[in-house]
Design a protein around this ligand. Structure first.
Ligand code: 1HN
Length: 346
């Protein structure tokens, strides 16, 4: 093991200067900072955004920013360890709280980053995804994958707020983020695919057996059904087995988006959550209940509506409080880690 690497100060100033003028620097003084032993260097902090504190600001944005002048009315959840301007909850995950008021619409566009919406409150909102109108009720997950047209609207009577999660930090970081504006979509009157073609796990439209599989066959995952699936699963598991379901592409069984992965977990009252260390970064969003997460030895309390950032390689344990179960929505960059061959569990 190399114990002491040479530093810049060891080198003659004119040598360093001569290299810099040619846009070259020596590796060895910086090697350990880009390749630390055993554990990556992380700037991301374990951090909780508290919905109870943020909600008044979200609603105030409704008065301060007319939708026509905002395009998307969003407050960005920026990890304080990464710098507010960089708009990163973790190095790959962008998060925002988006508000849409009754009668408003947010115009049609498509972009290179992939996005999801996870509804926090309100009823009557919808996102149209390539002409498919997806109702947005509390806890529903809506996908708007890379390159797919999407616009939002609101037919209800109370404010709708949802959590946006995008792989924007990665796509922006590789200088590949851009957007195209479109005309309003022509919306089908049919129910979305979660209510028709992909009504139940294990059943797919017969025609998919013959044809090339769709990239994104299902873009809405209704919470009502996910919640019931978790309750049924938990009832049949041993108390030590986690009640945790991944959202996947129903035709391939693979993760539904290329970079970010999504899952839902039910923490039973009294459940001793197992401590887990994974290579990927993640966030949890509290759908229902309250509890706490221990992240690298720091305990963070949470309640309904809160969102918590989890750095890469952190040791994590989640526990529900009290007598009721807690339901968590997880976003992580495990699909990216798996694709590039760096995914690990410790
Ligand atoms: C976007 O397209 C939406 O469509 C929300 O609702 C947030 C943040 C960055 C880039 C694109 C949306 C976004 C976004």
């Amino acid at each position: 093991m190399t114990q002491t690497l040479g530093t810049m100060a060891d080198l003659p100033a004119d040598y360093v200067q001569g290299l810099a003028e040619k846009s070259v620097i020596p590796l060895w003084p910086s090697l350990r900072s880009v390749l630390p032993y055993d554990m990556p260097t992380r700037s991301t902090l374990p951090y909780a955004w508290r919905y109870r504190e943020l909600r008044p600001y979200v609603l105030q944005a409704g008065a301060l920013a007319p939708i026509e002048r905002a395009e998307r009315r969003v407050l960005v959840l920026a990890n304080p360890g990464l710098g507010l301007e960089r708009m990163m909850a973790t190095p790959t995950i962008y998060l925002g709280l988006q508000l849409i008021l009754p009668g408003e619409s947010a115009p049609n566009h498509r972009h290179s980053p992939s996005a999801i919406r996870f509804v926090i409150e309100g009823s009557g909102g919808f996102t149209s995804v390539d002409g498919q109108k997806c109702p947005m009720e509390k806890g529903d997950l809506i996908l708007t994958p890379s390159g797919v047209w999407h616009e939002h609207g609101h037919n209800g009577t109370t404010p709708v707020v949802w959590l946006d999660a995008l792989d924007l930090p990665l796509v922006y970081g590789i200088e590949a983020s851009y957007c195209i504006e479109g005309k309003p979509q022509s919306i089908s009157n049919a129910a979305d695919n979660s209510q028709t073609y992909y009504r139940r796990a294990g059943l797919v439209p017969y025609g998919t057996l013959n044809r090339r599989r769709a990239d994104y066959p299902l873009v809405r995952y209704p919470w009502r059904e996910v919640r019931q699936a978790l309750l049924d699963l938990a009832a049949s598991l041993a108390p030590s087995e986690p009640a945790h379901l991944a959202y996947v592409n129903p035709e391939t069984g693979a993760e539904c988006l290329p970079i970010l992965g999504f899952s839902a977990q039910m923490l039973r009252p009294g459940e001793e959550g197992a401590a887990q260390r994974r290579s990927c970064s993640a966030v949890i969003h509290v759908i229902e209940g309250s509890g706490q997460s221990e992240i690298d030895g720091t305990t963070i309390d949470w309640e309904e509506g809160d969102t918590v950032a989890i750095p890469t390689h952190a040791r994590v344990r989640h526990q529900a409080n009290g007598k009721a179960p807690a339901f968590l929505f997880h976003v992580d960059d495990a699909p990216l880690h798996r694709k590039i061959g760096i995914y690990e569990e410790f």
